[in-house]
Design a protein around this ligand. Structure first.
Ligand SMILES: C[S@@+](CC[C@H](N)C(=O)[O-])C[C@H]1O[C@@H](n2cnc3c(N)ncnc32)[C@H](O)[C@@H]1O
Length: 392
């Protein structure tokens, strides 16, 4: 049974099956009395359960100290004198200080546990949230844009649309779309604070207006249903351990009749000559390395199936190859160098790879760079693009 209550700015839900009391919205009461209805519902819900009871505040977008105090005291009160009850609080990094504040409860009672939803949910997130990753994204988009500019048109992006770029990273793709397609509205969402800071700074430095950069979880967005004509999500289903969850959200925020556009890689298909064998070996290992961190850098050709299973119609898929002969071979080499840095650096060391492996692994990237810069060489990085329409 699910009970739902609402006041103007926030709502609460009690799910009896999951023994979970969840708060949503903006919780900023002037005084504790404003919360009395919600708190008494919480008490009432707990009275009828034993075992683990969940208090979920991860869908709050704001919470002030009055609310924190009221809920923290009530949670302590609930476990007091109840040997049959434990409370688990789930926070989110959306309300930045919530985890730190609620974590104090763990020190006050061994019957209370606290965890941050996001950090448990994204095994590979620490790599892509790292500010080092900014360099990777910057160099990549430089090379892919001249392919994608035309592809976006073919997949249905037109000037004046309501557009969202989900998992926008450092926001350069949003900036390029803004300049090329002048959307009526452009929302760019990501879960990485360092990337969003960077994106906002770039927009401010270059006087780019009209992009609404928002922090959020792509698998559980606070954006409303049926809002956007065109939703993009580039290279991101592959960094998430449950891509179908993000796709479901992309579908939800897209207007009926609108389109969702995703791009993904299949890294093991990166290629180059000369030194093809070493290159091939390394990129097969890249796929295994990502898999170790629950990410699938091989998603590219699977995008069609994911979209069809996600309820999209008129699904179109194609691929393009970024190559060392597209323009400046050094640009291509820079992308590979940024991958080498991250994959054969932090990621390999975190997996515990030994020195001999790392040396061979790194060599494949060096060989890919060698192929890209060789006067008679050729190096490639394939990308799959798929889009689908949300049924009317
Ligand atoms: C490989 S990057 C791609 C960024 C950008 N779309 C691009 O193509 O340059 C993946 C991005 O997805 C973001 N991301 C991954 N999971 C997310 C989630 N659940 N919610 C929001 N952002 C997420 C990461 O923070 C990162 O910026």
């Amino acid at each position: 049974m699910i009970a739902e209550k609402t006041t103007q700015a926030f709502q609460w839900t009690y799910n009896e099956n999951d023994q979970e009391f969840a708060l949503h919205g903006s919780l900023r009461p002037q005084n504790a009395e404003e919360l009395s209805g919600c708190i008494s519902e919480l008490e009432h819900s707990v009275a009828n359960v034993s075992g683990k009871f969940y208090v979920n505040v991860r869908r709050l977008v704001r919470m002030n100290n009055v609310a924190f105090q009221a809920f923290a005291c009530k949670i302590l009160d609930l476990v007091h004198g109840r040997s049959d009850l434990n409370v688990h609080v789930t926070t989110s990094s959306v309300v930045g200080w919530a985890t730190r504040k609620f974590a104090v409860l763990e020190t006050m009672s061994d019957k209370i546990t606290v965890s941050e939803y996001d950090s448990e949910f994204y095994p590979g997130q620490s790599f892509v949230e790292d500010s080092e990753f900014i360099h990777v994204l910057r160099t990549q988009t430089k090379l892919t844009w001249h392919h994608e500019k035309d592809l976006l048109r073919k997949h249905g992006l037109k000037p004046g649309m309501q557009v969202a770029d989900i998992c926008c990273g450092i926001g350069d793709f949003a900036v390029l779309m803004q300049k090329e397609f002048s959307p009526d509205r452009l929302v760019a969402l990501d879960h990485s604070k360092s990337s969003l800071d960077y994106a906002r700074q770039v927009a401010a430095d270059f006087g780019i207006k009209g992009i609404d950069y928002v922090f959020g979880d792509a698998a559980d967005m606070l954006l409303e249903d049926d809002q956007f004509d065109f939703v993009t999500c580039r290279h991101s289903l592959q960094v998430f351990d449950r891509p179908e969850l993000i796709l479901k959200e992309l579908f939800r925020i897209c207007k009926p009749g609108g389109r969702v556009y995703v791009s993904n890689e299949k890294n093991s298909h990166c290629l180059g000559e000369p030194r093809g064998e070493s290159i091939q070996w390394t990129y097969n290992e890249v796929a295994k390395l990502w898999h170790h961190f629950d990410m699938d850098i091989e998603i590219g050709p699977k995008s069609r199936r994911l979209m069809l299973e996600g309820g999209f119609e008129d699904v179109t898929i194609g691929s393009f190859m970024v190559t060392s002969t597209d323009g400046d071979p050094q640009g291509f080499a820079d992308v590979i160098a940024s991958w080498k840095n991250l994959f054969a650096g932090k990621m390999a060391s975190e997996r515990g790879d030994d020195a001999a492996f790392v040396e061979r692994f790194a060599k494949g990237f060096d060989d890919h760079i060698f192929a890209a810069l060789h006067p008679k060489g050729y190096a490639g990085w394939p990308i799959w693009v798929a889009s689908g329409r949300k049924p009317l």
